[in-house]
Design a protein around this ligand. Sequence first.
Ligand SMILES: Nc1ncnc2c1ncn2[C@@H]1O[C@H](COP(=O)(O)OP(=O)(O)OP(=O)(O)O)[C@@H](O)[C@H]1O
Ligand SMILES: [Zn+2]
Length: 816
Amino acid sequence: MYCFIEVVVPLALDATFTYLVSETEFDYLQVGMRVAVPFGKSKVYTALVIEKHHRKPELYKAKEIQEILDGGVVVTPIQIEHWKWISNYYMCSIGEVYRAAMPSRLLLESETLIHFNTATTVDPKELSDQEFLVYEALQFQAILKVEEIVAVLNKKTVFPIIQSLLEKGVVYLHEELIERYKPKQLRYIRLTEAYEGDEGLASLLEIVSRAAKQREFVLKYFQLQATYKKPISVKELQEETGVTPSVIKALVDKGVFEEYYLNQDRVVFQEDEQASFVLSEAQQEAMSEIEEQFESKDVVLLYGVTASGKTEVYIKLIEEILKQGGQSLFLVPEIGLTAQLVSRLVAYFGNQVAVYHSKYSQNERVEVWGQILADSEKAQVIIGTRSALFLPFANLKLIVVDEEHEASYKQQDPAPRYHARDAAVVLAMQSKAKVLLGSATPSLETYYNAFQSKYGLVKLTTRFSNVILPDVVLVDLKEKYKRKEMTGHFSDVMVSEINQALSLGEQVILFQNRRGFSPVVECMTCGAVPECPHCDVSLTYHKYRNELRCHYCGYASAMPKQCYRCHSVDLDTRGFGTEQVEEELFSLFPNKKIARMDQDTTRGKYGFEKLLDAFQKREIDIMVGTQMLAKGLDFDNVNLVGVLNADNSLYHPDFRAHERAYQMLTQLGGRAGRKEKKGRVIIQTYNPYHNIIQQVTNNDYEGMYKEQMYERYIFKYPPFYRLVRLNLRHREFEKLKDASLWLYNNLRDQLAVPVLGPEEPAINRIRNQYIRVILIKIPQDKPLVSTKKQIQRILKSFEAIGGYRSVKVTINVDFY
Ligand SMILES: Nc1ncnc2c1ncn2[C@@H]1O[C@H](COP(=O)(O)OP(=O)(O)OP(=O)(O)O)[C@@H](O)[C@H]1O
Ligand SMILES: [Zn+2]
């Protein structure tokens, strides 16, 4: 009887593929192992086994696999189920999910580029014969394709050799070049093997017997080691013992100690006694309610006002799960936020905490992957951004989704375009785990689900320290300008509030939702506005570099001296961004330390962390920034938050604009007065009577919810309708127009649901590609699965039309 396996290849292909294996291989292989398979004419991919069977493929002759790559399962059956769900629901291929989910080191393929690591410390003598051959080849050519290594070794099966070279640090993958992030590393020393144990100790003392300083250090090292019971960094050793670097160096040279490096957040941590805390009565109550609701509900929303201490409730819940021996996943919307949280969790749980996000190196990702799969001690609490959802949990019992309303949980590009909160709910169901969603400003969908009793709902209505929520003061910009009570973009109210806060030694946060100096440069003579040559947007003026930049494609040009159209020199700027606010602050508060937090200042290594750190240490008096500031940060010396112009967040061509504006302003305000005294939020606006502004002022989430839900209902938006958006792109305007019309007509005629478009979006060209959008609205009472199938069928016929093949179509389900 023939033996076959069904595999997924990491490509955007609809199908899975059948390969032939021997009986022995068949017995050995398990679902969730990786195999190297030949594919197409000459390619080799790392494929994933998802089924074993005896069904001969009808349309093609099954090829044989090249080799088995794993000794055990690396992907669990639950993961495979989950990936299938993602691929079905978000209308992408399971190959795309597989590719996104796995650390790229686990996905070698024939085209992978292997770089020689010039910083390698490996002694070639320690390499196997075959490894050495590759090493040697790399001396002549520092970058090899996997297929070239095949030629060098004159054998087909080379992935395990490359894997081993990767682990030894002799080579790295081309993809890893792009990982600019170098985690902060600390230097450690430890006794070399020769000097371990009693015998070792005797010879060690012998060696240092004639060097007093070295002997003294060695003894102190033993003492410290005994008290700390964890690795002590060289820096700590120097501080504790007063030893000079030269003494340590001498001991390393003698081979007594060896140096090694650990990433700061991967050090084996110990719990910090001081990290323990007791829940307040309100928190305790919330916690019991959550546990109670978990008995009947799989998902519970913790709706707690800002600074109510939701994190502490999460921590206690996770602790309960730990006691039962289960793994917990703690999802955060952005990497920048992990630092504050990791230290909080690590202090509490010690080395049971693992971290996983896209800035982690491939090595670390592979390591964490293995630990989670093995249900290791070190991976009981996993903190991560959305991609942590793809990890191989062996025993997942709880998923916490913090700030569940955050848009960054949705992956926009590339596929899989999944929403991590929603995918988490499904993963939990498949894993028989529970989900806790937390927010001070829940998304409408989530609140609706709670409202419908699909999710449980627990409220925390008071701040932890019982401080009252901040007062909101509205400043009417129209009035202020009329009465000439403005200095630049600052009203007199804003200036005096800032002065008062500063005089009390407090720090201030200011918000302007635009980076750069001013968004638009305009010719005062003819009104022309410089635009990006590749995108349909105006360029943003960045004063610091005196250039115009496109925020969509990164195009930059020097600030022109004359209008490109009428050559007038009378150019002026309209609107304003963080850079301009910062400049005005310098002149308004000349003696104060002012910093700016936006994409431009946080780009570098640790940019974000450094700013947060400095602010925490009170080295900054006023911090001005974009929406980055609104996200879950916890500072205890901020009682004043100012919004320079609330209006531009109100007017976005997006059905969620109002909900988002409410969330943003409330979250921003939530940074004020978290610890001791009631804070103040100053909002400058031209529309003080706008409903959203009023709802923010009155802290009226329910009011906002009711009003927005009404609009969603009337205008056919989620949660009443499901949205599927198709984006079509092409360089040629006419071709795109034809193609999108064809697609639209077919969708409209064949689907029994509303289809809108094909529309030109507000920005109708990016990177020289024109864009058209088709929107499909699926009402709640129409079957989702079959409608999606129909859409896919129509797309297939679309692709089959020769003239349209070059038009790129992307599908985005729940794109908002
Ligand atoms: N039980 C407790 N014991 C000691 N400190 C606490 C406790 N609960 C909360 N805090 C402190 O109160 C502050 C606010 O808590 P936390 O950051 O968890 O609020 P949050 O609800 O997550 O707020 P936000 O939604 O604004 O992010 C923190 O500084 C936290 O350390
Ligand atoms: Zn551009």
